[in-house]
Design a protein around this ligand. Structure first.
Ligand code: SF4
Ligand code: SF4
Length: 438
């Protein structure tokens, strides 16, 4: 590992022999790329990336060199056993690399692409540097852009400030409009923190009024020795936030607006494994790579203990398939406390992200997720609605018919009687179908 500060450190992936899992290369995996390391042009209060700067020696150039970029591109494509390969660009702030860097990215992807392989890029940005040229590039090369925005101005500006502590909403709002003007595919990544969590409908309503169709809510959580930081969302806030947004969405927006948490929950109620790592049974297939080729187990575990090796020295495939990385992913399931194993919503929650498992269960066992109370509230609240949507889908009906069912039940214009056909289209009587399910 080129110049990370950690004394005589042996990459964990090399410690074979002491592990109880064999090497295994998943057919597809994802590496979150940090071409500018942790460097960013903003200074958001809750950002954990900025604190990573100190992991590297003073004077380190946080700029991914051409040889690392090409080597990663080649190895990453070679390792994937699927027809569509996703590159994820993150930071810090990736726009700081400049557009020419990403022109090179696209060229190298074409150079190393296997015949018939599709390549997609996703690009997470704070939006401040976006302009027409960036947006034309995104559109031309079919990038999916994630724009970080925490709601309307007063809520967004609570924590998302620049290096001088000044608000950033106007610049980010400009970026949102530019993305829309150029028809770039984008989603909003909204960090739910101690302040905006009390305003779920203002946050959601704002995005909706701006025509946003894809939203991800990410809970802001950081544990400290004394508890949590003062911007960390409280578990009850997180649960109430999700429930309030869900109640609005399920009545008005299913099929029109896609909220990642709700889509992923529906997967669980349909009997599939949730596709979001936070709620999947195991993880370990979403790694992170620094500007210099240093590979870590996950973007949330960029610490010396989770350093797998450098792709310029050890093949990426070997690092991903290493017993250490497999164990990292399996621990998500294997280290669940008994409290989770007995939980009725385990199938949807799976204990949440290991980085947030720092509280004790009611009977004193370690390893419970700090957000547990919020997750419990949310998953229990959505249960009847999810069952209904899952049933609709199993019957070959669209999930959005739930809006009609709820409208009939809650504010019928022309009341549907218990013996009338169910509005979900099942051809069964309302009383025998959806009437008592929600
Ligand atoms: S540690 Fe958390 S964020 Fe990282 S891959 Fe696992 S679940 Fe996902
Ligand atoms: S809701 Fe709580 S108890 Fe249930 S699986 Fe999630 S973290 Fe564990």
């Amino acid at each position: 590992m080129a110049n990370m500060r950690r004394g005589n450190f042996i990459p964990m992936a090399m410690l074979v022999g002491s592990e109880d899992v064999p090497s295994y290369l998943p057919p597809a995996f994802h590496v979150m790329l940090k071409p500018s390391g942790p460097i960013c042009n903003l200074d958001c209060t809750y950002c954990f990336y900025l604190r990573k700067e100190h992991l590297y020696d003073k004077g380190t150039s946080f700029y991914m060199p051409d040889d690392v970029l090409e080597e990663f591109t080649r190895q990453y494509i070679e390792a994937q056993q699927v027809d569509e390969v996703h590159f994820g660009w993150q930071g810090g702030e990736p726009t700081l690399m400049g557009l020419d860097f990403f022109r090179k990215v696209v060229e190298l992807q074409q150079k190393h692409r296997k015949p018939g392989m599709k390549i997609k890029n996703s690009f997470q940005t704070n939006g401040v540097l976006l302009d027409d040229e960036w947006c034309r590039f995104f559109k031309e090369h079919d990038f999916l852009v994630g724009l970080s925005m925490d709601g309307p101005k007063e809520l967004h500006d609570a924590y998302r400030v620049d290096k001088g502590g000044k608000p950033t909403f106007e610049k980010v709002y400009r970026a949102l409009n530019l993305l829309q003007k150029h028809g770039v595919e984008f989603n909003i990544l909204c960090v739910v923190n101690r302040i905006n969590a009390d305003h779920p409908l203002r946050v959601y309503g704002f995005f909706k009024s701006e025509g946003v169709q894809f939203i991800q809510f990410i809970p802001a959580v950081e544990g400290t020795q004394d508890g949590v930081t003062d911007w960390t969302v409280r578990p009850d806030q997180w649960g109430k936030f999700l429930c309030a947004v869900f109640d609005e969405w399920v009545r008005k927006d299913v099929g029109k607006i896609f909220v990642q948490q709700f889509e992923v929950a529906l997967e669980a109620w349909l009997g599939f494994e949730p596709s979001l790592c936070v709620h999947s049974k195991t993880c370990g297939n979403c790694l992170a790579m620094e500007h210099n080729g240093d590979l870590f187990s996950c973007d949330h575990f960029v610490y010396p203990d989770y350093y797998l090796g450098n792709i310029m020295e050890t093949p990426l495939m070997q690092l991903v398939a290493s017993p250490f990385q497999r164990r990292f992913g399996l621990d998500k399931r294997d280290k669940l406390p008994r409290y989770c194993l007995q939980c009725p919503v385990l199938f949807a929650c799976n204990g949440g992200c290991p980085k947030d498992r720092f509280i004790k269960t009611p009977d004193g066992e370690d390893g419970l997720n700090y957000l547990c109370a919020g997750y419990k509230r949310f998953f229990n609240h959505i249960d009847p609605y999810m069952r209904l949507m899952a049933n609709l889908l199993r019957q070959g009906q669209p999930a959005w018919l739930i809006k009609e069912v709820l409208r009939q039940k809650e504010q019928p214009k022309q009341k549907v009687g218990p013996n009338d056909p169910c509005p979900c289209g099942s051809r069964r009587k309302f009383k025998k179908c959806c009437m008592n399910k929600v």
